[in-house]
Each structure stands twice: as C-alpha cells, then as structure tokens.
Design a binder for this molecule. Sequence first.
Ligand code: TRP
Length: 335
Amino acid sequence: MAKQRFLTGITTTGTPHLGNYVGAIRPSIQAISGDSEPFYFLADYHGIIKCHEPERIARSTLEIAATWLACGLGPAKAHFYRQSDVAEIMELTWILNCLCTKGLMNRAHAYKAAVADNQAKGQEDLDHGISMGLFSYPVLMSADILMFNAHKVPVGKDQVQHIEMARDIAQRFNSTFAEVFTLPEAVVSEDTELLQGLDGRKMSKSYNNTIPLFEPEKKLRKLIMKIKTNSQAPGEPKDTESSTLYHMYKAFASPEEVADIEARYAAGIAWGEMKQILFERINDEIAPMRSEYNKLMARPEYIEAVLKAGADRIRPISRALLADVRQAVGIRSLG
Ligand code: TRP
C-alpha cells in the first residue's frame, strides 16, 4: 500500500511561541514515522490575506522555517517547502475556484466572522473591507491539500471546516471531470492549543499573552516570572487545576515529575519557587534547539536553499497532477 500522505501548512504571520511548540510543532515532529509521507509547508500566500506588512511576512517566513528546522524537521524527515515556490498551487487554485460555488464560501467561518464583525460595528455594507482573498481562502487551502493528494490533514479544530470544503471541491471535480483527487480527511489532535498564556487564557497572539519560543534565556525567565498566580502565601496548600504554572509544567514534564510537583503544591510550594522550576524545565528542553535556531537565523541563505530544494523535490508531483487536471478540464495541447 502507498504511504499515507500527511500535509499541513503554517501561516507566515507571526513569531512561533511556546503554545505553537506544544500544540503543533512538537507533536507533528514526534508523529513522523516510517509509514507516512509528511508534507509541511510555509503558507505565505495565506499570510498575505490579512497581513499587509511585507517585512513581517518575510521575517515570519524566516523565523518559522528556522524554528521547524531547529526542532528537527530536516529534509530527511519530511517534505518541507514554501507554498509560493510551488507555482502549480496557484494554477490549481484558479481551476478549483471555477468549481467551487459561492454559496459554499458564504458558509466559511473566517468570512462569516468578518461579516459578523461588520454587523457589530454597524457597517451598512456587510462585506466592507473583506477581500476576495479572505472570501475564497478555503479554495487556496484546498489547492494546497489536493495538489499532493494528501490523505490526512492534521489541523486545529478551527480548520476542520476547511478540510470538509476541500473534500467537497475534490468530489465535485472528480464527478464532473475525472477521478483525479484523493478525498482528504482532517486529523484533529486533542491537545492542540492547550497551552495557557501569561494571563491564564489560551496562549495566542491575539491575546498578547505569548511567550516566544526562542527568547534568550534571561528573557524567557523574566516572562515566566510574569505568569499570573493567585495571592496565596508560601506554605499554604495550593490547587493545581486552577494554576497556569502547573498546566504549563505538565506540558513539559514527565508523569513522575508531575506527580512530584502535585505533592509540592499540596505542601504549599511558593509561587516564586514554582516559577523557577518551570523556567528550568522549559529551558532544559528548548535550549539545544534555541542554539540551533540562532545559528540558522544567522544563515538565511542556507534556509532559502533548503526551502528551494524542498520545492524542487516535490515539483514533479505537482507538475504531474496539474497536467492531469488541465487535461481533465480541456486545457490541452492542440497537436
Ligand atoms: N489555514 C491554516 C491555518 O490558518 C494554514 C494552512 C494553509 C493549512 N494551508 C493549509 C493547513 C493546508 C492545513 C492544510 O492554520
């Protein structure tokens, strides 16, 4: 049997933080095994949908690439490439646009949220400021997935609808023209986005409560010292479930270490001490990757070459698929 293809994209608009590491980067890299063929890519054309700051897009692309490479995603492990280096994805996007109904896109969460936002602001035109890129963003995502006939797409819950739309579009193509596309399935991992941020809410760029993954050691410690706790004094027994420090620790520690910390909570560990323990635990895990990251960030030309080579390696797949698609829709050589 052919290997199962796993494919996922990372939008290039931010700096990777600890929540991304715990929720996406670490589990993805751990999940790579011999019986699957993984595809990871930097979704820079998704990046420009909402972010119109070129420096930020470029910087984020570099940071995300360096992060994934530093965390162990080498070309030996996975296909790793940049969306914009695979021009066939754009061509496929147009063809899929011609099959995708507007009604399907009207139901997309991101679009509906933008409309709701306009409504809440009392905008007369509910489509005010909504670009075609935002509106048809699930079509681009479908092209990413269908281009490589991915079987499984690991994503957060918020993306499941988009995978269903990709299936829908693939099905419509297959029944209208020819059986070209594999129908993809979403794989939702339970623990994505589980990490809490500095204020105890989910760690997220939009809450401004993140801890960047590769902050220098001193800064990392400083941020951890800022994590919100209650005002219980040292010596008072403390609750674990309501403690952000505890949940963060759990995301990094072994079951034995967690059991030990639970005992120390019961015995009244001081918050300051717990913060120091948490800092050390996180730092132990990420320090080797941080040093790799810093080396990579100093060599953008090397990262560029890795991404280019990644795209070159898969281009035969995208070329072949696009040739089948063009043939199927009637865009053909005339003789
Ligand atoms: N839209 C996804 C997100 O915001 C990123 C993404 C782009 C993606 N293309 C993809 C994920 C294809 C999975 C498959 O998280």
